[in-house]
Ligand binder design. Sequence first.
Ligand SMILES: Cc1ncc(COP(=O)(O)O)c(C=O)c1O
Length: 477
Amino acid sequence: MTTATVSPNATAATEIPGSEAGFDARRAAAGRPLAAVTGAEIQAPLIHGGHIRYANLDYGASAPALSVVSAYLNEILPYYASVHRGAGYASQISTSVYENARNIVREFVGGRPDDSVIFTRNTTDSLNLLAGCLPVTDGRPDGDVLYLDIEHHANLLPWQGVPHRSIVAADTIVGTIAAVRTELEQGGVSLLAVTGASNVTGEILPIRTLAALAHDHGARIVVDAAQLAPHRRVDIAADDVDYLAFSGHKLYAPFGAGVLVGRPDWLDAGTPHLAGGGAVKEARLDGVSWATGPARHEGGSPNVLGAATLARATQVIAGLDLEQWHAHESAIRSFLVEGLQQIAGVTVHQIFKDTNPDTDTIGVVNFSVEGYDAGLVAAYLSAEHGVGLRDGRFCAHPLLKRLGLPSGSLRASFGVGSRLEDAERLLAGIAALRSNGLGWDYVVDAGRWVPANDTRTYPQWAPNTPGTAGAAPCIDD
Ligand SMILES: Cc1ncc(COP(=O)(O)O)c(C=O)c1O
């Protein structure tokens, strides 16, 4: 259904803002990808005709697979077979790869030797799993789960099914820590659930401080590291984090696989996440003895290749030179933020006033463009500039509402496969939008902005519906 049309203005060449200061240094740090990713050179069709290299600025949703990981996948694919149950050669190899993936992931997150490493569908699944393992005494939950209002729905909704409390984060990190302390001092909190880095703004939370605070008040902490783990070294033993969840698809591995790592006692006593084959010691017609360890929660045939590629990706990320890694990401981020801030009518959003942009942010930049719906800007950038980024409310409705963005904003996110040129392309597109307006007609179709009369085609093997396939469920109420 078409509900609106927006028409183009005349186009003209536009200066790229932010391209002078420190450009050479940034070019040196991020002129090229830090690591090769699969699909880095795919060509996106433009609405005016022709193609351009796709500038993928949507890593925060799903990052492209590392080329090393794609090669590894090809290597192990011939041996892919059922795990745990087969005596055959391929089954044995698959089982060994799958079980060894746990050790690799444990090492990646700096896990304690007895930490459980449970493979799941994704971060959402991991946190739901933990929600089923909160301790109960004499049928009553031992305490509440405490969470902030800045969380992704994955770290918010699972806790709404158990006793919980939420608090509004302050406008500084310091104030937020104080607010968490005040709430913990009330007592009765069993678990503090907090994100490692905001998927909306890329701001990092002080995990070690929050872990100490939780423990001082008799609570445990779970960190949603879906965004943090692809951008920062994580060390749960050093930071004294009890549970950590993240997803392979945001960490340069294909397939949906996630992981929950953490202390085994709650997990071994908790409700099995998926009742079924593999999760039991013994099943009877009217009863069951559940297994302990990861098997308790991994009923059914596991996602062997998801776990294996996730593990392989962690090895590559762990092998990055720390300085180069951060310099690469921070060069793109600072270039983008400074460039956006130079364009009249563009606002860059952040949650906290005291975030240090050099040390406490990951490759995520959130912004909006005055006078334009975020979805329209995203459709324009894709159709006219070959830039892919995210618009909407980023599955963080409470935060977006509090930030005064109830109808959403734009998010550019990037990582090891990105290059400065991707950010340049985005800036040029936004600058052109501000000075020249749209270069095409856009309409709202099925709730999404799309170019009118779009004749671009998908590859032969994909459904030919450009624009309409991208409806983001978190946009809707
Ligand atoms: C911070 C954060 N937590 C959790 C999730 C959910 O991850 P998944 O979709 O892999 O379950 C996301 C996904 O965007 C995220 O950004």
